[in-house]
Design a protein around this ligand. Structure first.
Ligand code: UDP
Ligand code: MN
Length: 325
C-alpha cells in the first residue's frame, strides 16, 4: 500500500495499518484499508481530523426495531436520544441512531458489531466511532474525552488495568460506551469478536480508561447529583461531573431481565436526564424545575453572547470550542 498522508490525517495513517496476516479476512481488511486511504487522499474536504488533535467523531447508538412494551419506555428512549443529540451538537460530533437488525445472527447487544463495521466502511472520513448504549446518558455536557491520550490506541474501553489484567474480572470492563478507531485493526477485531462471541482479544492497542466515567455505573452516581451541583465551581471545570451515567441492569423498555427495581431505575433515569438537560437549558437561560417544567434564570437581552461567559459561548458555538482545543 503506497501512502502519501496529508497533514490532517498523518497520525491516523500511522495506526490505520496492522501487522500482516494470511487470513482471508485480513486480506479483505487490507484492501479496505488501502481503499480508505485512497478515498481520504481524494477527498480533502472530508479529513479524518477536523483540526489538529481533533479527530472526526461519530457517536453511534440505537435501540430495538420493536416498540417498547411499556409506553413510558418510549418516552425515556426519546429523552435519552435528546441527551445524546445535545452532547453531540455541543462538541460538533455526528450521531447515528440505528434501529435495524443488520445481521440476524447478531441481535440485541451483538448488533453493535455489524453496525460499527458498516459505518466504518461507509464513513472513511470518520476517525473515531464512539458507541453509546441507549441507556448511557451524558451527565457532563462540557467534558470531552482527551483524544491525544488515545493517539497510539485503537480501542478505548472503560475499565482499569487492575481489574482486567490482575483480578481478571469481566465486570472490570463494560461495552456500553467505548471508542474505536476506524482502521484495519478495528475491522479485524470486529470480525474476530463476531466469530468468537464473548472472548475478546486484547492487546497494546486497547486503552483501559478509568480516569473519568466513560461508563459510570448509575447506582453510584444518581444520589450525588444535587451535592455535585451544589459543590461545583463557576465557571465550571470540565470533568467535574461524571461524563456518563449508564443504567446497566435496568430495562427501561420493560421486560423480565431487569436486575434492579423498575421504579428505582425509572426515577434515577429521570434524575440523570434532567441533570444533563439542565446543563443545556442553562446555555439558553433556563433551568429545569422537574421533568415537565422549566424556569427562566437570565434576562433575555437579545444578544447571543450577552451572558459574557466565555464557557457558554464555546458551548453554544462549536467553532469557538474547536478553536479552544
Ligand atoms: N440495542 C440495539 N438494538 C437492539 C437491542 C439493543 O441497538 O435490538 C442497543 C441499545 O442501545 C442497548 C444496547 O444495545 O442499550 C445494549 O443492549 P442490551 O440492552 O441488551 O444490554 P445491556 O445494556 O442491558 O447490557
Ligand atoms: Mn447498557
Amino acid at each position: 500500500m503506497t501512502e502519501q498522508p496529508v497533514a490532517a490525517d498523518r497520525r491516523a495513517r500511522q495506526h490505520r495499518s496492522a501487522p500482516p496476516s494470511a487470513s482471508a479476512t485480513a486480506v479483505a481488511a487490507a484492501t479496505v484499508a488501502s481503499t480508505t486511504a485512497q478515498w481520504l487522499r481524494d477527498s480533502p474536504r472530508f479529513p479524518a481530523f477536523v483540526a489538529p488533535g481533533r479527530p472526526r467523531v461519530l457517536v453511534v447508538t440505537g435501540s430495538s426495531p420493536r416498540r417498547c412494551s411499556d409506553p413510558d419506555g418510549e418516552h425515556l428512549l426519546l429523552r435519552a436520544f435528546k441527551n445524546k443529540a445535545d452532547y453531540c451538537r455541543v462538541h460538533g460530533f455526528d450521531i447515528f441512531y440505528n434501529t435495524a437488525v443488520l445481521d440476524t445472527e447478531l441481535s440485541g447487544f451483538w448488533s453493535k458489531l455489524p453496525l460499527l463495521r458498516t459505518l466504518m466502511l461507509a464513513h472513511p472520513e470518520t476517525e473515531l466511532l464512539w458507541w453509546v448504549d441507549s441507556d448511557v446518558n451524558f451527565t457532563d455536557m462540557l467534558f470531552e474525552p482527551p483524544w491525544d491520550k488515545y493517539a497510539g490506541h485503537n480501542l478505548v474501553l472503560p475499565g482499569s488495568e487492575e481489574n482486567v489484567y490482575t483480578i481478571k474480572s469481566w465486570i472490570g470492563i463494560n461495552a456500553g460506551s467505548f471508542i474505536i478507531r476506524n482502521c484495519h485493526w478495528s475491522l479485524d477485531l470486529l470480525d474476530a469478536l463476531a466469530r468468537m462471541g464473548r472472548t475478546a482479544p486484547w492487546g497494546d492497542k486497547t486503552f483501559l480508561e478509568s480516569s473519568y466515567c466513560l461508563s459510570g455505573f448509575w447506582a453510584y452516581i444518581v444520589d450525588r447529583f444535587e451535592e455535585m451541583r451544589r459543590d461545583s465551581t463557576t465557571p465550571p471545570e470540565p470533568g467535574r461531573w461524571p461524563l456518563t451515567t449508564h443504567f446497566m441492569g435496568c430495562k427501561p423498555c420493560g421486560g423480565d431481565d431487569s436486575t434492579y427495581d423498575a421504579a428505582w431505575c425509572r426515577r434515577s433515569m429521570e434524575r440523570a436526564l434532567n441533570f444533563g438537560d439542565d446543563q443545556i437549558l442553562n446555555l439558553y437561560g433556563f433551568k429545569t424545575l422537574n421533568t415537565t417544567a422549566v424556569r427562566c434564570v437570565r434576562n433575555d437581552t437579545g444578544g447571543p453572547l450577552d451572558a459574557g461567559d466565555e464557557e457558554l459561548g464555546r458551548l453554544l458555538h462549536r467553532t469557538f470550542r474547536a478553536a479552544n482545543l
